[in-house]
Write a protein that binds this ligand. Structure first.
Ligand SMILES: Cc1ncc(C[n+]2csc(CCOP(=O)(O)OP(=O)(O)O)c2C)c(N)n1
Ligand SMILES: [Mg+2]
Length: 299
């Protein structure tokens, strides 16, 4: 360890090249610094970063179950308070851990007003066990439990809106961000950690293996998600929408075409109706968050 903040999450772990979750973790620790205790649910991140007896975490790190990550974090917060210690507590989980299996426990910790930050790295499926759909898998994505084929275009449900659910708990700070915008990610995690009370950050973290793209494309895919309006970077302070990343929107095709999980929408022929439904979701996001930059018409 060199003592540099960016080295708090060490290289040498077992993640795929171009793994969004690995990038997110490095940036998260860059934001928190070393006065932090991290509680990590099961999932790809935990598995690739802590192959016994090694670890990438140069900060105190606790592995818990899916179900109780936030309860473990709550216990750590209570213990630190009793000892008058100053470490911040950050709980990290994948989308399956967060939106599905650990949700009850996260809700409890937020309802109790626990002073911690919960960060979901959202790779949009249960990747570690073989790409099963989660509550965060986007509409029409092909996964091993929502396979596209003769009878189906893939996952039939839209993404669960977890950030708004957390805002509805009365959380003072909720933000969405992406590994494709590292400075935004670092700034938001800093703000979340500094906020008194429970804060929630959801990080869009593209997964080359599960989504089907080359590892060198991770940043480009993350940017395209935002440029099409299928992912929106925003902040909610005390339930009020404050900062939104605006874009000159591109058609959703440009994002979908980059990934094998949506390949069936273009081959053997373009599924116009399905793509129109996905475009409507992006349009709805644009209207809800006001992301469109209005270009001035040339005279
Ligand atoms: C209660 C419970 N159910 C299922 C599993 C098996 N399991 C281990 S990792 C994993 C995938 C987790 O998905 P996610 O939270 O999205 O993280 P990712 O692997 O995608 O990074 C699952 C289902 C488990 N360990 N515990
Ligand atoms: Mg996942």
């Amino acid at each position: 360890m060199t003592g540099e903040a960016c080295d708090l999450f060490s290289c040498g772990h077992r993640a795929c090249g171009g793994c969004g979750a690995a990038m997110a973790s490095r940036l998260i620790l860059e934001a928190t610094g070393d006065n932090v205790i991290v509680c990590s649910a099961t999932g790809c991140l935990e598995v690739f970063s802590t192959p016994y007896p090694e670890t990438s975490w140069n900060v105190p790190w606790v592995h818990s179950l899916f179900e109780n990550n936030s309860a473990v974090a709550s216990g750590v917060v209570a213990s630190l308070k009793k000892q008058a210690r100053t470490e911040k507590v950050v709980a990290i989980g994948g989308d399956g851990a967060t939106l599905d299996i650990g949700m009850g426990c996260i809700s409890g910790a937020f309802e109790r007003g626990t002073d911690f930050t919960y960060i979901c790295y959202d790779n949009e499926a249960y990747m570690n066990t073989g790409i099963q759909r989660s509550g965060s898998t986007p509409y029409d994505a092909s996964t091993t439990t929502s396979p596209a084929g003769k009878c189906s275009f893939g996952n039939k449900r839209p993404k669960k809106d977890m950030p708004r659910i957390m805002a509805a708990h009365g959380a003072p700070y909720v933000a969405t961000t992406s590994i494709a915008f590292p400075a935004d990610l670092v700034e938001k995690v800093k703000r979340a950690v500094e906020t008194e009370g429970p804060s929630y950050v959801q990080v869009h973290a593209p997964c080359c293996t599960g989504w089907g793209f080359e590892g060198a494309q991770t940043m480009a895919i993350g940017k395209m998600a935002i440029e099409t309006g299928l992912w929106v970077n925003y902040e909610m302070v005390d339930g009020e929408l404050k900062k939104v990343k605006k874009v000159v929107r591109k058609p959703v095709d440009e994002y979908l075409k980059m990934q094998k999980r949506f390949r069936h929408l273009f081959k053997p022929k373009r599924a116009d109706e399905e793509i129109a439904k996905i475009q409507a979701m992006a349009d709805k996001n644009a209207a809800l968050y006001g992301i469109d930059i209005q270009l001035k018409k040339k005279e």
